[in-house]
Design a protein around this ligand. Structure first.
Ligand code: PLP
Length: 355
């Protein structure tokens, strides 16, 4: 495997890759229903929900759109402290929704107090927020924010983008009172891109029943009708669902808590290394990501040259994202990677810096 220290697509295990080579079967068949039933059940376990998980042949952004179309007839509060929070806001705006933006400096978390102040007395239908901002390497305190929302505005549904944290950092949908959690296949789940997963609870489903013009492809009510008969409204991404089936078994064999701990150990190693090597971390202490470390390029490293050096050694990191392109670079540590892989990367980076 060539370690890819980029925030998706990431390396995929051989067994999981091979699962995609299974022959096609008709999706309207008892064989597919069995695969769907088994896989959706396992996915619910990983979402820590007893409710439901929709599987879609799209990337995660599809469910950004689904959330605003299914759950909103009034207003949205869209939290953004990075490029992907901003994207969800843009998705809401381009769907013609009424949306207020709660934006902080990108080096600051969205705190429960900020969210509570913005929500009070406003009657928002949903709050959208990114758990792990892949652009900044900052993790928002979702559990505490969800508790604050329930306190000040219990009818506001909490919708969480867990695209770059899901299965790499703790997220307990039912216990934390999250109404919608979405993710993509190509990050910590370590699957090829093209599949997205979305947990939607009963409260959100009851809301969707009352919302008009939910569209077709991502209509939660239509998806649910099919889910309960172990099917999908349109043709599913069969090969990716086969891969997910196998990968979920591998994840449970590792142990979910062990998986979180492995990601946390890799993050710790990268963060310590950056500081020891005279570099600053973009995200503030206490809010640093477990799955991607965003480093301020305080040493003026030529990231293009660094990556060329790493690629010769079979590794690759990521540059800064969007407006942080020049200012930062990113080491993603998600999916199948281990602390040993991270050590090999950091040692190669030290060799480059010595040059
Ligand atoms: N949200 C976050 C936090 C992301 O990191 C990304 C992609 O990197 C997205 C959303 C978009 O996901 P996708 O490319 O699967 O649509």
């Amino acid at each position: 495997m060539t370690p890819l220290f980029v925030p998706g697509p990431v390396d995929v295990d051989e067994e999981v890759l091979m699962a995609q080579t299974q022959p096609m079967i008709p999706h309207r068949s008892a064989e597919f229903e069995e695969i769907f039933h088994r896989t959706e059940g396992k996915a619910r376990k990983l979402f820590f929900t007893d409710t439901r998980v929709f599987l879609s042949a799209s990337s995660g952004t599809g469910f950004h759109e689904a959330a605003v179309r299914n759950l909103v007839s009034g207003k949205i509060l869209s939290c953004a402290n990075g490029a992907f929070g901003k994207r969800w806001y843009d998705v809401a705006v381009t769907n013609g929704k009424q949306v207020d933006l709660l934006e902080t400096d990108w080096q600051e978390p969205i705190t429960p107090d900020l969210a509570a102040d913005a929500l009070k007395g406003k009657g928002y239908d949903i709050l959208t927020i990114v758990h792990n901002e892949t652009s900044t390497g900052l993790m928002n305190p979702i559990k505490e924010i969800a508790a604050a929302v329930k306190d000040v505005s219990p009818d506001t549904l909490v919708c969480v983008d867990a695209v770059s944290s899901f299965s790499g950092a703790e997220m307990k949908m039912d216990d934390w009172g999250l109404d919608l959690v979405l993710t993509s296949s190509q990050k910590c789940l370590a699957l090829p891109p093209g599949l997205s997963l979305c947990g939607v609870n009963d409260k959100a489903m009851a809301r969707a029943e009352k919302v008009e013009h939910r569209g077709w492809y991502f209509d939660f009510i239509r998806l649910e009708k099919h889910r309960t008969t172990n099917s999908t409204p349109a043709t599913p991404a069969l090969s990716l669902i086969n891969a997910l089936d196998v990968q979920l078994d591998r994840i449970f064999a590792e142990g979910i808590e062990n998986r979180f701990a492995r990601h946390s150990a890799m993050a710790e190693r990268c963060q310590t290394w950056a500081v020891e090597n005279g570099l600053d971390l973009f995200a503030p202490e206490g809010y640093r990501s477990q799955t991607v470390t965003t480093i301020e390029n305080t040493r003026g490293i030529d990231v293009g040259e660094l990556n060329a050096f790493l690629i010769e050694r079979g590794m690759r990191i990521a540059g800064g994202y969007g407006k942080l392109k020049e200012r930062t670079f990113r080491i993603a540590h998600m999916g199948e990677l281990t602390v040993e892989d991270v050590n090999a990367l950091l040692s190669a980076m030290e060799d480059f810096l010595k040059q």
